[in-house]
Design a protein around this ligand. Structure first.
Ligand code: ZN
Ligand code: ZN
Length: 367
């Protein structure tokens, strides 16, 4: 009895062996001659057309633009050729090399050499694929070039003040950070269109309403205050849908850390503001006791601003009278005056920072 069971090539009828075809008796497989007759190690298109954004280098694939991180058109051509290759399932140890030849500004000939092992036989194939680059402008670059924006964040402050440099610089930083985070997740539509300084604050034009909302939220989270939004109909898109632009009006709190304020209907003495996140918190400059605005007042107590820690001047301590009072020199008149001594004032100090305002002279904490 023969151990070789007879199988036959379905095309030419020659007997085949399992060693030759790798197929078991039940599967019918072509003999090597028939198998290799029209064998292609790699399936490659005759030409490859690539739509590339001339501004940012993004490549159009399927129905969208994709950032491929390519340095130049040769890189893109290699990338797209790789994408287009279909390697035969029967090949193992597949490898390929390519020599790009730049024909003109938009045509690159890819001289490819493929190798692999098929049915135990090493094989090589050489193919030339022309890659044609068509330069276009992607949606995002078109929008950037057209100063497109879908939302505006207006950064303003309540009351007499305008946003501080710290606040406007941070606002700009937040917008750029949020856009960078969104870009990192592959969102190509996130960008900052324009940031402009206004006498009353800062205007930030952003590419989507989502970014506007995120920036507003983060600003309020960091600096207190609140924001509201309103829609304006700007146009209809090509499908007849109404397109709205959203304005986010951020109102930063009237007072900031470092302000000394006199709260209405309150006789506990002026308060040095330490924080306005959530509700206003600070310290009484008369006693050193902590102050915290109630929930209903939040970060906006009815109060007048007396000055800030930047207005403080060092003055000489004449004598510490007792726990609650100190005699010092009025920094303006140089007369001795007895004023309230807050508990943060060290009794051994020779000089202390004081704020002189219509409410009198108050000792501030050391900076
Ligand atoms: Zn055959
Ligand atoms: Zn682009």
């Amino acid at each position: 009895m023969s151990t070789e069971s007879a199988t036959f090539c379905p095309r030419c009828g020659d007997p085949t062996t399992e060693a030759e075809t790798g197929a078991t008796r039940r599967e019918r497989a072509l003999c090597n001659d028939c198998y290799f007759e029209d064998f292609d190690l790699v399936d490659v298109p005759d030409t490859i057309e690539v739509r590339v954004c001339a501004r940012c280098g993004a490549v159009h694939r399927g129905n969208r633009w994709v950032d491929v991180g390519a340095q130049d058109y040769t890189d893109i051509a290699i990338e797209e050729t790789t994408e287009a290759l279909g390697v035969h399932v029967g090949a193992s140890e597949f490898d390929w090399q390519v020599r790009p030849e730049q024909v003109d500004a938009t045509t690159i000939r890819m001289h490819c050499r493929f190798s692999g092992i098929v049915r135990g036989e090493p094989m090589t194939e050489e193919v030339m694929v022309p890659v044609r680059i068509s330069k276009e402008t992607c949606l995002r670059c078109g929008r950037i070039a057209g100063d497109y924006y879908a939302s505006v964040v207006q950064v303003r402050a309540v009351g007499d003040r305008t946003p501080t440099t710290e606040e406007t610089e941070r606002a700009t930083e937040i917008a750029n950070e949020i856009v960078a985070d969104m870009e990192a997740t592959g969102d190509r539509n996130a960008f900052v269109t324009e940031i402009s300084e206004k006498p009353e604050g800062l205007d930030m034009r952003l590419s989507t309403t989502k970014i506007g909302k995120k920036v507003s939220r983060k600003l309020v989270e960091e600096f207190g205050g609140s924001f509201s939004d309103s829609e304006t109909l700007v146009t209809e898109d090509e499908d007849g849908n109404e397109v709205y632009r959203v304005t986010f009006a951020v109102r930063l709190p009237e007072f900031v850390a470092g302000d000394v304020i006199d709260i209405e209907d309150d006789d506990g003495g002026p308060v040095l503001v330490r924080s306005v996140r959530g509700n206003l918190k600070g310290v009484r400059v008369t006693t050193g006791e902590p102050y915290e605005a109630g929930y209903e007042v939040g970060d906006a107590p009815d109060a007048r601003k007396l000055g800030t820690t930047d207005d403080a001047v060092e003055t000489t301590v004449v004598t510490v009278e007792d726990e609650n009072s100190v005699q010092l020199l009025d920094p303006e008149t140089y007369e001795s005056k007895t004023v309230a001594r807050p508990d943060y004032m060290d009794e051994s100090s020779d000089t202390v920072p004081v704020l002189r305002s219509r409410e009198g002279i108050h000792v501030l904490p050391d900076a």
